[in-house]
Write a protein that binds this ligand. Structure first.
Ligand SMILES: *[C@@H]1O[C@H](CO)[C@@H](O)[C@H](O)[C@H]1NC(C)=O
Ligand SMILES: *[C@@H]1O[C@H](CO)[C@@H](O)[C@H](O)[C@H]1NC(C)=O
Ligand SMILES: *[C@@H]1O[C@H](CO)[C@@H](O)[C@H](O)[C@H]1NC(C)=O
Length: 404
């Protein structure tokens, strides 16, 4: 019996005899689900008796194809109340639901479907941090929703209106943090900005953002990501001196070093700062960029949109332009950092999700991140991912990585 079905049976309004049957099945399978041994510390029980082995041992989970899948998503806008409005595509009437009927199949193995009970058992007494921008939040909310059929966390964020979040699953003593740090390094907002975002951010490219870097040793898992914000006009500072800029005119008297300079430099500085830390016992996972290239028939600010309703195949994708440049830089910086980390016993891992997502131009909110009649100037969103949607597999991948 499939676990999600079992849960539905257990927790849904079903006749008593059916529940009793389900409990019987649950008990017979208790070893497997790690629910056995009341009174025995469950984590120990799980570690010793649950055959949870990562498929990464024999399979490259980051290369494969999307294949049709009849199973419904674990959650939707009615069952999960933690979806960011702008990614709540079902609520805002996205008409085609075919984009939810695909599953990621790596070449060489089946990717086990995310199992919230197993995940929560595994992360008991552990902590996980997401570092990055709204795509890191998108990923985190996917995880919160996948877990929502089993447990809801308490929002214990210091400041509820802040972008930095703390969620606590009391029954599992599991904490999820979100550190808002879209550039990974210290940054200052433009003094003056306008709706088209032409104001310049100040990036201190040799100063890691200490807000999250200093916290890394506290966590068992830290997922670091960054890409999109480097596309914003910026001034680059090193040793506190203005040395260059991106999307800038000559008014600043420094060369336009382009966003490729700042993106690479920020990753290098952030990863070196992690390597320089003492007492890191957890794992640091670099999550490679989510594609920025899914706008078709125009750029994001010139009417571009993403109207596809089906994935494309791997042989139809080409990584190019900004995606390729960012990808190459992130890969190279990761490899250098991983090599430097090894002698220290620090564990760096790569979550190479870019290729899989490149095949999902159909998974973005487009204009279904708001009501059609809303009188607001909003661009078509071909950057974030609908929830539920293809980004849910980031958690299937993440769990396999945690199990290694
Ligand atoms: C909760 O987990 C933390 C580690 O994340 C541990 O230090 C603490 O002792 C745990 N608390 C309880 C009540 O088990
Ligand atoms: C782009 O424009 C062409 C021609 O107008 C149209 O056939 C196609 O569907 C458009 N593609 C998207 C993704 O909007
Ligand atoms: C991509 O692969 C599929 C299945 O192997 C094949 O049918 C299709 O012709 C290929 N497309 C291209 C553009 O090579």
């Amino acid at each position: 019996m499939k676990l999600h079905l079992l849960l539905k049976v257990l927790f849904g309004p079903v006749p008593v005899y059916f529940s009793a049957l389900a409990i019987l099945i649950l008990l017979t399978n208790a070893q497997y689900f790690g629910l056995g041994g009341v009174g025995v510390p469950r984590a120990t029980k799980l570690a010793s008796s649950t055959p949870v082995v990562s498929v990464m041992k024999y399979c490259d989970i980051f290369r494969g194809e999307w294949v049709p899948d009849a199973e419904a998503p674990y959650y939707n806008h009615k069952t999960c109340g933690m979806i960011q409005e702008h990614q709540n595509c079902l609520k805002y009437g996205r008409p085609d639901l075919g984009f939810l009927k695909w599953r990621w199949r790596p070449s060489g193995c089946e990717l086990p479907r995310f199992d919230p009970v197993q995940f929560l058992q595994f992360v008991r007494h552990k902590s996980l941090a997401f570092v990055g921008d709204s795509l890191a939040r998108n990923h985190m909310q996917s995880l919160l929703c996948l877990l929502s059929q089993v447990a809801y966390p308490k929002d214990i964020s210091a400041n509820p209106t802040d972008q930095n979040k703390v969620y606590y699953y009391r029954a599992y003593n599991f904490t999820i943090n979100m550190f808002w740090s879209p550039f990974l390094v210290r940054a200052r907002e433009p003094d003056h900005d306008d709706p088209a975002h032409t104001g310049h951010y100040s990036l201190y490219l040799d100063e890691p953002d200490d807000k999250w870097v200093s916290q890394v040793p506290r966590f068992d898992y830290v997922l670091v990501s960054a890409a999109n914000w480097f596309s914003r006009p910026s001034l680059f500072y090193e040793k506190r001196r203005l040395i260059g800029c991106s999307f800038c005119s000559r008014q600043y008297g420094v060369p336009d070093l382009t966003l490729y300079y700042s993106q690479r430099k920020a990753w290098r500085v952030a990863l070196r700062a992690i390597n320089a830390l003492d007492g890191v016992k957890g794992r640091v996972i670099v999550r490679m960029l989510s594609p920025m290239s899914h706008f078709e028939n125009g750029t994001w600010d010139q009417g571009g949109n993403c109207k596809r309703t089906e994935p494309i195949r791997s042989n139809q994708t080409v990584m190019e332009g900004r995606d390729l440049q960012f990808y190459t830089a992130q890969m190279e910086e990761y490899r250098a950092a991983e090599k430097a980390a090894r002698p220290k016993g620090l564990r760096l891992m790569l979550m190479d999700a870019t290729a899989a997502m490149l095949m999902r131009p159909d998974g973005h909110p487009s204009r279904y991140g708001h009501w059609p009649n809303e009188k607001v100037q909003l661009y078509n969103d071909c950057i974030h991912w609908c929830l539920p949607g293809p980004i849910d597999i980031w958690n299937d991948l993440l769990f396999q990585m945690m199990l290694v």
